[in-house]
Design a protein. Sequence first.
Length: 71
Amino acid sequence: MPNRYLNYAGHKYFLNKEGEARLNRTLNTVYGDQLQRHQWLTLYPDTSTPCSLLIAPGVPISIETELCIDD
């Protein structure tokens, strides 16, 4: 299975399935029909380094896939 990363303002963060689902919900909140213009996304919430990122219009983000040799 390929590794996926969230590229946020030039930094890469490992993105597991749960984190990607949280990211999608956050993006739907920020860019959807709701009035919320920004929202904090907490990656790795159950660890000692939860890593909170501000998701807002204009903040460059992308999801990158690192392919494994087996793929």
